[in-house]
Ligand binder design. Structure first.
Ligand code: NAD
Ligand code: MG
Length: 385
């Protein structure tokens, strides 16, 4: 029995994780589940899995959660400190699947507590990469990448020596605007941006996939997970999302992981690691797919990719600034306040205005996050005026 807690249990990754656990219920015991505001969905998941603790981030929803859990032995709690309790409790494995920098504190707490952390919450690693990898080293925590590309690289690296790796190649579907003209991209609506061709995901990561900021965040994520510099991490557009990423070795061998685009495959790898477990994901039928295509990414139509690489190369506070500006801009785009290309423009301005020191603690990261958010919100107000 593996004891598992899920941070962000009501989201896209959280629900896929629950689906796998419920299909192999004899293998897993659910300790804690968390959500932002949806107390009903959280209580429902806690009932189905016999969870011991359910935490709602929004304290004003605690009474709804308590009510919905009546008659069960599941404890209800609320607030940021309770999220940390959920991350550090009795579990062996913590699925970190909160979206955005909001997941940093509980994810970091799980790392510091020496848990095995299945990491979906890429923003946590992007904003606090050095702090989190150092904390993992100190506590003995293992980070298992859930992001499909990083999971593919992790699988393709198995058993190899780091000095034998020449580069890693992150694949990208190209998103919904891969073949769109600059004019069409300028006029993109939220509904068009969240309509991803291959993957079904939360709204924020779907917009990131449309700007290619998702691939930019993944570039930074790969740097911290695998310890390679920017110039040894390449990005390749591969519209079918069948090859999830590749590792090139010094002898010219290239290893890759393939599969149908279903997040339950990388999630299952993390849940069962180092073993494997069955999933209901469609098996790959290469004969019916028949062809795989590849192209270079276009940083003119998709400037977010260039901005993320610049932030990685600059280091220090730049990745946290990039992430905070992007989170605010994406929320504002989804709210209908700004245009699609404004997202990258706002991120670029936030990076240009940045003179902040590298964060030395999680508190520093949150301070940078707060400052950049309020700065970008002020810029949005001006844009809208
Ligand atoms: P989602 O929006 O569907 O779910 C987010 C979860 O986080 C929900 O359970 C929500 O209640 C919780 N949450 C949101 N804000 C919170 C807050 N302030 N405090 C506490 N909890 C909060 O997102 P998702 O698509 O499941 O993505 C989750 C993470 O996984 C993201 O970092 C994303 O980049 C990453 N990821 C997702 C996919 C995917 O296929 N969905 C793939 C790769 C990586
Ligand atoms: Mg990914």
């Amino acid at each position: 029995m593996r004891k598992v807690s899920i941070l962000g249990a009501t989201g896209s990754i959280g629900k896929s994780t629950l689906d796998l656990i419920e299909r192999s219920s004899e293998e897993f015991e659910v300790v804690a589940l968390t959500a932002a505001v949806n107390a009903e969905a959280l209580a429902d998941a806690a009932r189905r899995t016999n969870a011991k603790l359910a935490v709602i981030a929004d304290e004003s929803r605690l009474y709804v959660l308590r009510d919905a859990l009546k008659g069960t032995s599941c404890q209800a709690a609320a607030g940021v400190e309770a999220l940390v309790d959920a991350a550090t409790g009795d579990a062996d494995l913590v699925m970190a699947a909160i979206v955005g920098c909001a997941g940093l504190a509980p994810t970091m707490a799980a790392v510091e507590a020496g848990k095995t952390v299945a990491l979906a919450n890429k923003e946590a690693l992007v904003t606090a990469g050095d702090l989190m990898t150092e904390a993992a080293k100190a506590s003995g925590s293992t980070l298992l990448p859930v992001d499909s590309e990083h999971n593919a690289i992790f699988q393709s690296l198995a058993g190899s020596r780091s000095e034998d790796v020449s580069r890693i190649i992150l694949t990208a579907s190209g998103g919904p605007f891969r073949t769109a003209t600059s004019d069409a991209i300028d006029a993109a609506t939220p509904a068009q941006a969240v309509a991803h061709p291959n993957w079904s995901m939360g709204a924020k990561i779907s917009v990131d996939s449309a700007t290619l900021m998702n691939k930019g965040l993944e570039l930074i994520e790969a740097h911290y997970l695998f310890g390679l510099p920017s110039e040894r991490i390449d990005i390749l557009i591969h519209p079918q999302s069948v090859i999830h990423s590749l590792v090139e070795y010094i002898d010219g061998s290239v290893l890759a992981q393939l599969g149908s685009p279903d997040m339950r495959i990388p999630i299952a790898y993390a849940l069962a690691y180092p073993a494997r477990m069955p999933t209901p994901a469609q098996k790959l039928d290469l004969a019916s797919i028949a062809r795989l295509d590849f192209e270079e990414p276009d940083t003119t139509r998709f400037p977010a990719l260039r901005l993320a690489r610049e932030a990685l190369e600059e280091g220090g506070s730049a990745p946290a600034v990039l992430n905070a500006a992007n989170e605010v801009a994406v929320a504002s785009f989804l709210g209908g306040e700004i245009a699609f290309p404004d997202i990258s423009r706002l991120v670029e301005t936030a990076l240009e205005d940045n003179g902040r020191q590298a964060p030395q603690s999680i508190e520093d990261v949150y301070e940078i996050d707060r400052e950049v958010r309020s700065g970008v919100m002020a810029m949005i107000k001006e844009l809208c005026a």
